[in-house]
Structures are given as structure tokens and as C-alpha cells.
Design a protein around this ligand. Sequence first.
Ligand SMILES: *[C@@H]1O[C@H](CO)[C@@H](O)[C@H](O)[C@H]1NC(C)=O
Ligand SMILES: *[C@@H]1O[C@H](CO)[C@@H](O)[C@H](O)[C@H]1NC(C)=O
Ligand SMILES: *[C@@H]1O[C@H](CO)[C@@H](O)[C@H](O)[C@H]1NC(C)=O
Ligand SMILES: *[C@@H]1O[C@H](CO)[C@@H](O)[C@H](O)[C@H]1NC(C)=O
Ligand SMILES: *[C@@H]1O[C@H](CO)[C@@H](O)[C@H](O)[C@H]1NC(C)=O
Ligand SMILES: *[C@@H]1O[C@H](CO)[C@@H](O)[C@H](O)[C@H]1NC(C)=O
Ligand SMILES: *[C@@H]1O[C@H](CO)[C@@H](O)[C@H](O)[C@H]1NC(C)=O
Ligand SMILES: *[C@@H]1O[C@H](CO)[C@@H](O)[C@H](O)[C@H]1NC(C)=O
Ligand SMILES: *[C@@H]1O[C@H](CO)[C@@H](O)[C@H](O)[C@H]1NC(C)=O
Ligand SMILES: *[C@@H]1O[C@H](CO)[C@@H](O)[C@H](O)[C@H]1NC(C)=O
Length: 878
Amino acid sequence: MAGKVRGRSSQLLLVLLVLPAISAGATAKLYSPADRFLLNCGSTSDGLDADGRKWVADTNNSTWLTDSGKSSIMAAADEMDSALPSSTPYMTARVFTMEAMYNFSVNPRDRHWLRLHFYPASYNELRPEEFRFCVTTSTGVTLLHNFSVYFTTKALTQAYLIREYSLPRSPEGFVTITFSPTPSSNVTYAFVNGIEVVSMPDIFNDPVTMVGFADETVDVAGSAFQTMYRLNVGGAYIPPSNDTGLTRGWFDDTPFVQGASPGVVYSAGPRFHIKYPSDAAEYAAPPEVYLSTRSMGSDARMNQNYNLTWTMEVDCNFTYVVRLHFCELQLVHPNQRVFDIFINNKTAQTDVDVIEMATERGVPVYKDYAVLMGNVTGDDMLWVALHPSVMLRPQFYDAILNGIEVFKLNDTDANLAAPDPNPSKLLAEAELGWGRSAEFSTDDPGNMATVMGGTAGGAAAAGIVAAICVVVYNNKTNKQLAAGSDSHTSSWLPLYHSHTSGKSSGHITANLAGMCRHFSFAEIKAATKNFSSDLAIGVGGFGVVYRGVVDNGTKVAVKRSNPTSEQGINEFQTEVEMLSKLRHRHLVSLIGFCEEDGEMVLVYDYMEHGTLREHLYNNSGKPTLSWRHRLDICIGAARGLHYLHTGAKYTIIHRDVKTTNILVDENWVAKVSDFGLSKSGPTTVNQSHVSTMVKGSFGYLDPEYFRRQQLTEKSDVYSFGVVLFEVLLARPALDPALPRDQVSLADYAISCKRSGILPDVVDPAIKDQIAPECLVKFADTAEKCLSENGTERPSMGDVLWNLECAMQAQDMFDGAGSVASGRPVLEPSTSNGSTASFTTLGTSCTSHPHETCVIVETDDEVVVDRAAFSQTVQPTGR
Ligand SMILES: *[C@@H]1O[C@H](CO)[C@@H](O)[C@H](O)[C@H]1NC(C)=O
Ligand SMILES: *[C@@H]1O[C@H](CO)[C@@H](O)[C@H](O)[C@H]1NC(C)=O
Ligand SMILES: *[C@@H]1O[C@H](CO)[C@@H](O)[C@H](O)[C@H]1NC(C)=O
Ligand SMILES: *[C@@H]1O[C@H](CO)[C@@H](O)[C@H](O)[C@H]1NC(C)=O
Ligand SMILES: *[C@@H]1O[C@H](CO)[C@@H](O)[C@H](O)[C@H]1NC(C)=O
Ligand SMILES: *[C@@H]1O[C@H](CO)[C@@H](O)[C@H](O)[C@H]1NC(C)=O
Ligand SMILES: *[C@@H]1O[C@H](CO)[C@@H](O)[C@H](O)[C@H]1NC(C)=O
Ligand SMILES: *[C@@H]1O[C@H](CO)[C@@H](O)[C@H](O)[C@H]1NC(C)=O
Ligand SMILES: *[C@@H]1O[C@H](CO)[C@@H](O)[C@H](O)[C@H]1NC(C)=O
Ligand SMILES: *[C@@H]1O[C@H](CO)[C@@H](O)[C@H](O)[C@H]1NC(C)=O
């Protein structure tokens, strides 16, 4: 009895303890804007973006476009870049042939965010280069002048561009935005994909002091400004939907932290209560910004010898306001952590003590500083540096920061526009064949600031789009980029992007000798009939791939490096070493290599039946695969991926899972190929992701990875979910020719599934073969894979398990003859050391999992069974 009572009271206590934490989150009062226009320009239909915000057609209210759209046309982009977060609002545009304006009637007491969304593409046959224009407001502020979205996105290496402005209040009660094509000898046009006009609270109430001039201030309230950077220091990307109602995106600061001493990052748990001193203070930044910090580290001596520094590229000849956000999460007393702030090498403030400013731990505070970036060399870089203050002898020689915002104020001519980035540089890049599809150069986010600095020229506004920056490249790897895109390669081959070299280096031979076979160049020549063009089966900038025969009849794929391709020997070596160590029945393997006379040749398994995709659709006369076959190939591919994720010493993330990277050998065994983009996952326990530049393919890209730039094996799971639906519906992952709600397979399949019409859209060729239960299991699995949040997606092991269950349901449906028909016999759970524990997804498996359905990773018997199976179920016509 006593126990019971105690139990209940402790429950009560728990409730009491939890409540404040919940209410803290719940009471975080969201700003609710009086005006809120989100226009899907050039479209007649409304749509949702990646954050679930609704964009309405710009034709919804005839008062918005002042001439009712007479001087403009509605156009759709010719192709969708995989880097776009959603088709709304980017895939449609309003194109202006002459000056035209949007007009919004607004609350005269509010300032307003104006966000312009641009996606450079061909619209109605107009090339992206032909768009050059000015954007001005009714109050006479020039936002953009002679602006080319195309060149700017190229210089910033971004697929699309969001410009965020804040406009001062308009006493007349309207906001007008005028688009005018630049007058020039060549005809130019203006365009815009999306416009946001949203009320915002006054975030600058007091004049801001100029750094270095204590008695000089700038008046922000009367000015328009442009957001240049908004960084969640020490934390991850915060999407607009998670802001405190102000729909601002907050980006990871890592790319902007300078040098070899990035300090240390600390995050308080989500339970930590951020105590906003006032409602208005909540609008400054969401709690997530304050819950993570970057500080210098624990070594007092080291901290005295360096500055914790962020550098950000900006435009010259403008005044900037830098807002620094602080919140002490660890210390409680004054004079424990005191530091100085330098901006552009000038002292902005000395002896900053966050506890003293904020009164206590967990209370956020921010400070504004104004700086003029002049016209001298070096002035296109804004520096913010922190250094411990030694004068006051604080307990710790350390410094902290939680967030940075940088705003550009209009100049005295009411101008905010900066020149386009240097075009000569861009031309050189264009010649190197910068492709549209996203391929990238640097995997080191710490390197990105330099890359940006190096390539962005005079352009700025990099921070606000840092997380959508998916096409970062540098000089070193442009050639690789030229070769990397799908359109250049015959994609069914095990092509390993970027890892060839024309230079010979004996130590590769030494290192690889023990791992895989060494071929002589003469052998290779004989195998490929001296590289006969008849045998060429794929071409890429990095080399040609040939079909060949070695050893009296073994078919191989031979990749010969392009002698002009200059990839680092080390990179090549690492890649090949990794590949040669990965051996799995469901992974394409490297058989051998040849390095002689400056030639570098790699020899792979030859995959008789090519890619999975060519057996699904557009299959030029090849027989369509039966449902059982498709399911079996999916299971094989899932096995391969499961091995990559868990079987090797380190987690390996494939990063480019798609139907053209799942190959099929002569026995119809699925093999995952193309590890050119793969990455070793986190090696320490407390780090659950790899921060990296976004890579991947069109239509398969994990939206979460894309938004947060954090790679986990769940990104592969997402892509695999797309593959599953592709197999079921037999249509491409992206098909721009289809009606808009059907372009993306992932969205379409999920919406069909949720509205219960999935069975109607299944590939007609297999519709009658699928057991209803099998379909449910299969589609449930695919849907789970496509969960918005990586944490909600199943592991590859779970996926595999569920597919096996789907196969079992199919077996039952097909009747007792299933084993006779070649279904591999599954091992009982006791027969093998496999200790993996499997959780099912939602609905339970049709039979008792532990009796019948066990996934045996490298069990030879299963392999043998499967081989036998494979031979008996080859499609007719082979
Ligand atoms: C269109 O906008 C005007 C001006 O803001 C407003 O008065 C009117 O109600 C709107 N019409 C519709 C159909 O929303
Ligand atoms: C006009 O177009 C031509 C060809 O596209 C180009 O070479 C030239 O530089 C353009 N002139 C201007 C002023 O943009
Ligand atoms: C955004 O907010 C939702 C709900 O509060 C939360 O589940 C999600 O993790 C947040 N996303 C990010 C990226 O912080
Ligand atoms: C800055 O202003 C000066 C003087 O007006 C001008 O000569 C210079 O080109 C400007 N620099 C930039 C980058 O706009
Ligand atoms: C600040 O100093 C660093 C070297 O300490 C220098 O590289 C940089 O250009 C300076 N920045 C400015 C804006 O003067
Ligand atoms: C930190 O930056 C300030 C301002 O640029 C500079 O004076 C100081 O020497 C720097 N300190 C160190 C240790 O680099
Ligand atoms: C600004 O820089 C440009 C180019 O470097 C130079 O031609 C011009 O004279 C400078 N103007 C001022 C006011 O320093
Ligand atoms: C911005 O432009 C306005 C006029 O629209 C002007 O009054 C204001 O002083 C300008 N701001 C700055 C910082 O020059
Ligand atoms: C790019 O690389 C080439 C040689 O590979 C070199 O000559 C050139 O200076 C580099 N350009 C830049 C901007 O680093
Ligand atoms: C190829 O066949 C010849 C003759 O049949 C044999 O001597 C040789 O060992 C075979 N080579 C390989 C690598 O199997």
C-alpha cells in the first residue's frame, strides 16, 4: 500500500517537474504578423513549401499585380534542380518584359520583411542569362540593380537565392515592389519566383553605436536593411517554421569560424529553460539559438593566445549592423567568464560578462554594433573576434557566443544593391563546365568559408543561403564537376567519380597488392582489344569504361583513367583501399587494378543485366521484371546497404542510392554500386551525423540532409524509400513532364497511399501479381523510409526485415508452391550468430518473425539458395 502511494506521489512530482519545462516551450509566445503574403508567382495554383507554408497564386487577388499582369507572363522552369527544397515557389515564375509592380496593402504601423525567391532557369525558352533587372520599393529604396540571378547564384555556388530585406514602416499603408528589366543593347527580362511580405516587430529600437566612434550612431529604424547572415552559433540549422513566428532561417556557423581553433561547442538539453526577460525579447531569437554556444575551450593559456573568430564576406561601401546574441548556460556568477569583442580588428566592447549583462544564467541578451565597410582592400570581409579579458582576472579565460546576425543598411542614396560578382571569373568557371546538377568539391565544412571567399567575388549574402548552398566547388575539382553529373555518364556502371589519376605512383601498387589483383597493362589491352571503341560502354570526364574479358572468359568492366584528369593520388588510394576491403554479395566489387606507364586502370565486376532502372521503365524492349523479382532485387539492395551501414568497421553512408546505382548481375542478384560519393560515418558514439556538403541525385535527396547538411545513414534510407516506390510504380523519381502534384515520386506516392489509391497507380504490368498484404507491407515500409525526420525512419536492418516479411506475405499468396518456385528458405533464428534485433514497422509481420524470418547477413547457405533461386526465376526471353 505504502509502495503504491509512494508510486503515485512520485508520479505527481514528475508531472510537476515536467510541467514547467513544457509550459516554457508552450508559452514561448509566437509573433503573429498582421500582414502575411506568400505569393507563388506565375502560378494559378496554391502550393506548400518544404516547411509546410502555404504559398498562394499571385493571381488570387487582382489588386496585387498593378497592371493585372499585362506586362508579364507566367512561366514554368524547364527543369528542377535537385537542390531545390520544394517545387513551390521555385518551379514557376512571373517574367516581366517591361517595368511592372506588385502592390500590397499593409498595416502602416509595421515594418515588413520582404523576401524575394529566385531560381535561375530557362523560362519559356528564355535563357537564365537573359534576365537582368532592378528591384525598387515605393519608398525609393533600390534593392537590386542590374542584377543577374544566374551569375550571382553561380558565383555563390547556389542553386537558388533568397534575398531577405526589412522595409521601414510605410505611412501610406502599402508596400510596392517594382521589377524593371535593365535597359541594354540586348533585350533583358525580369523575373521572380516567390515574394513574401510579412509584418515584423521592431527589432531595432535604439540607435546603434559605430564601433570605434563612441559618439556616432546609425538610425536603423528609418532605414531599409538586408539580412546578410543569420547564424546559430554552435548549433544546427533552424528552419523558418521553428523561429518564434518571424520565419527566419538560422544557419550553422561552422563554415564561418576561422582557422584551426574553432573552439568548442556546448548545447544545453532541450529541457533547459531559456528565461526571456520580456515578450519582445522572444522575437530576437528562438530558444534553440540560445541553447547552443561556441566557446574557446578549457585551456586558459591557449585561449589567451588566440581569438575565436568568424569571418563573413560582405559588400563594400555599406554600413552594417552586427547583432551578437549571448546566453550563459553553464556559469552562474559574475566575473567567471569575461571577454573582449573585436569587430574588424577594432575593439567593439571590452570586459563583456554575460551574467552581469543578463542578470542570471539562462537569460538571453544581445548587443548591436555598427561598422562601416569602406573601400580599401580587405574591406569585403567582416571579422568578429572574441578574446578573454585578462584585466579583470575572471575565473575562466574564455569567451562565448550564441548567435550572429549581420544586416546591411541602405546607404545615403537609399541603395542596398551591390554590383554582381566579377564576371570574368565566372566565365572561366562556365568554361569548366559547371553543371546544373549538384555535385560538389569540398567535404570539409570548415573549409567552406575559404571556398566561398575564393569564388564569390564581390557577392555577399552568402550566410542566409549557406545551408542551401549545395554546389560549392573550388579550383581543384572543377574538372571533376564537369564530369560528375549524370548526363555525362552511362550510369549503370560502377563509376567511381573523381578518383582517377593520370600520374603513376608506385606506392599505390604496393598498397593494393595485398588486397586485389594486379593486372599488367598488356593484360588490360588484350582484355579490351586495345581499348576498342566498340567495347566502350560508358564515358565520363574521368575516363572511359570498357567491357572486357580476362582469364579465359571472366567478364569485367574496365575503367581507364583520363590522363588529363588530375585527382590527388592520396584520394584515389583511399577510395580504392576502401573499395577493395568491402566485399559483399550485394555490393559491386573491385577485382583489380593496373598501374603502368602513367596509366591507371580499375577492373570491376561486370554486371550483365545493367541497372535496375532499365528493367522498370524505358526499357527498350527488355522484358519487364515480375513483382517477385523486383522485391527480391530490393531485398538484395537493402542487404547491401545494411552491410555498408553496419557491417564494416565504420558506418559507410552511400549518399547516392538510386535505381541506376543498383545493378543486376547475370544471376539477377542485386548489387549496390557507385561509392564515389560515399562517406564514412561518425566514428565516435556521441556524434550521430557527419557534417558535409549536400550531395546526391535529383529526386532521391533526403530533405532533412539537404536542410541541415548533416549526413546520417538515414539519408540513404530516404533515398531507398524512393527506390521502393519507383519499383512499385515504375516511373522516374522526378518527372517534370507530369502534372505538378505528380512530378516528385516521393510526394505523389505518399499522397496516393494516404488517400488510399495506391493500388490504382501501381505499375499495371505487376498489379495482378502482388499479394494485397505484400503491397501494404511494402508500401508501409517505403512510406516510413520517407519520413520527414531521419529519426523516424527505420534503419536499413528494419527495412530489410520488413521487405522479407513482404516477401513472405507474397509467398503465402502464391501458395505452397513458393519454395518450389525458388523462394529461398530462410534460416531459423538459432542457426546463426546474427544477433541483430529487429523491430517491425507499425503493423506486425504476417507470421512469427523469430520462427521463420531472420535476416542472415553473410550466411553462405542463403547465398547459395539465392543463387539457385536466381537461376530459376529469370524472366522469360533471356
Ligand atoms: C484583395 O486585396 C484587397 C486590398 O488588400 C482587399 O481589400 C480585398 O479584399 C482582396 N480580395 C480578395 C478576394 O482577397
Ligand atoms: C549581348 O549578347 C551577346 C551574345 O549573347 C554578348 O556577347 C554581349 O556581351 C551582350 N551584350 C551586353 C551589353 O550584354
Ligand atoms: C522544429 O520544431 C519541431 C516541433 O517543435 C521539432 O520537432 C523539430 O525537431 C524542429 N526542427 C529543427 C530542425 O529544429
Ligand atoms: C565604393 O565607393 C567608391 C567611391 O564612391 C567607388 O569608387 C568604389 O567603386 C565603390 N566600391 C564598390 C565595391 O562598390
Ligand atoms: C584584421 O586582421 C587580420 C590579421 O590579424 C587581417 O588579415 C585582416 O585583414 C584584418 N581585417 C580588417 C578588416 O582589417
Ligand atoms: C585578437 O584580435 C585583435 C583585434 O584584431 C588583435 O589586436 C589581437 O592581437 C588578436 N589576438 C590574438 C591573440 O590573435
Ligand atoms: C575605391 O576603390 C576604387 C577601386 O579600387 C578606386 O578606383 C576608388 O578611387 C576608391 N574610392 C575611394 C573614395 O577611395
Ligand atoms: C536609408 O535611406 C533613407 C531614405 O530612404 C535615409 O533616410 C536613411 O538615412 C538611409 N540610411 C542610412 C543608414 O543611410
Ligand atoms: C586554378 O588552378 C590553375 C592550375 O590548376 C592555376 O593556374 C590557377 O591560378 C588557379 N586559380 C585560382 C583562382 O586559384
Ligand atoms: C586460361 O586457360 C589456359 C589454358 O586453358 C590455362 O593454362 C590458364 O591457366 C588459364 N588462365 C587462368 C587465369 O585461368
